[in-house]
Each structure stands twice: as C-alpha cells, then as structure tokens.
Design a protein around this ligand. Sequence first.
Ligand code: PGA
Length: 253
Amino acid sequence: MRKQIAAANWKMNLTYQQALELADGLLKTEHSLNKNQQVVLGVPFPYLMAVKEKFAGNENVFIAAQNCNDKKSGAYTGETSAEMLQSIGLKYVILGHSERREYYNEGNELLAKKVDIAFEHGLQPIFCCGEPLAIREAGTQNSFVEAQLVESLFHLPEEKLNGFVIAYEPIWAIGTGKTATSDQAQEMHAHIRSVIAGKYGSDIANSVSILYGGSVKAANAKEIFGKPDVDGGLVGGASLVAAEFASIISALK
Ligand code: PGA
C-alpha cells in the first residue's frame, strides 16, 4: 500500500523560537500513525537541524527542505546543495513548488536537474505540479500538468518512480482560501496516476503517493483525503498552527 502523507510547508514563516514552539506543539499532540502514514515537515533551512532533533526517535516524522540547488557544489553564493541536505540526514526535499516556479523562474527542465541531484544524494523529492487559474479556466489543466510530469520526471528509470511523491497544487487554490473540490482533486489525481501508468505501468503508478495542496485545513482534510487517489496533503497556512495541523494529520487514511 502506498504511503499516506501529511506534509507541512512552513514556507518563509516563523522565527527560530516560533518554529521550536510549533514543533513542541506538534510533539504534544496525539498521533497514532500506522506504518503507511508519515508526517513530513517542510522547514526553513536555518531550522532544519533543530527541528529534526526535536523529532529524533519519532519514526513516522520526517523533515524536508523546501528547495535545493541543481548543481553539486561550488561558487553559488546563497544556495544550498542536495549534498548538504544529505549530510544532515534529511530524507525529503520539496521541489518545483509553484512559488519557486513563479518567483524564481524554475521551469520543468531545471526541475528535472534538481530531481536528479536530489536522487543522487539519497533525497526523495516531493515534486509539486499544478496549473494557474487561466489554464483551469481554459480547461487545459490535464495537458498542462502532464507536461510538467513528462518534462521533469519521465527521464527517470522505473525504480525511481516506485514510491515517488507528487503534490498536486492548483495555483488558484494556494493561500487563497479557495480549495479545489474533492472531486476536482480526485479527477486530477486520477489523471496524474494514469499518465504515470502510461509510461511506467500501473504497479508503479499505484505506488506513487499523490498529495493535494491548496488551502487544506482541518475542516476539509477528511473529505479531500477520503478520495481514492488522494494520499494526503501538502499544507501551507494551516500547518503553522499545531492543533490545526494535528487534526489534518489525523484525517489521513
Ligand atoms: P496553502 O499552501 O495551504 O497555504 O494554500 C499550500 C502550499 O503552497 O503548499
């Protein structure tokens, strides 16, 4: 059975003290996660180690970086490499978030390189895809998302797609309070799975965890996660409040 994941994306929020408080708040909440369920916390770079240490010994909780550079190392002032993330024992890195695509010009080709370098350093990407409002209104979201997958992932050998993690985040639903309906999420998740099946076969497609992101909150998580092709969520705003995120975690299948 594929993994069910509640992933937090803290983005560029919280001071160090607030980040530790949030981590403590989450530690205090009760979770009885089974072995197919994971919590992933996408933490700002300066707090990665400290938050990781807070959850040491908590085998269902993993820490993710929110980005990495596509180059191995060298004179790239201000950047963080996959090798650095590996060296502090991380398992996950979020790649291709729509905010990185939009504000930092990250395109599908660059993201293919980031995916490769993440894998070279033992990191599992949480690969984000999703269409802007104009594409949704034009009704061409399926081919738009398909191109994101094909151009950034389909050079990978089969074993890398096995157990891969994708986050579908329609841009019009991020931070807007406007959630896709659970049926819209299911429709796109099924499409993503069928695109993967077309290239890699249905066993691989069924092993991929596809998370929904975009205004997920405690009040709608159960309904969205309940859909057959939705394997959890990537949560921004609502992940910054311990009690709220805790109830999102408990909505996992
Ligand atoms: P949101 O963000 O939950 O605040 O809409 C989701 C995301 O950008 O990952």
